[in-house]
Design a protein around this ligand. Sequence first.
Ligand code: SF4
Ligand code: SF4
Length: 102
Amino acid sequence: MELEEKITFLAVREWVTAQKAMKKMAKGKKRGKIVVHQELCKGCGLCVAFCPQNVMAISDTLNQMGYFPAKWLDKGHNGKTCVACATCAIMCPDAAIEVYLE
Ligand code: SF4
Ligand code: SF4
């Protein structure tokens, strides 16, 4: 499988996982909470790009390594909240994200 096909496959798989998580969350009315380990993050933006709720963003403050790290938004600009689908943590190449269920 070519790299581009692999990335597409991963993206679709994560989207399906996220949709399932969102349905479960809607039923249980629970929400997720994210911890980003700022000093592990290289600010690649993958978690931001793949979050289905748009509740990840890039911080405007540099970390100790000189990167702008990701940050979690309690509520997105669209009013949505985290559904704990874990897509951001799975996509992160630096294992900088922890996902919790509240
Ligand atoms: S777990 Fe991560 S990807 Fe999923 S909704 Fe929450 S912040 Fe977004
Ligand atoms: S995917 Fe990981 S390394 Fe990339 S911005 Fe998000 S937390 Fe940082």
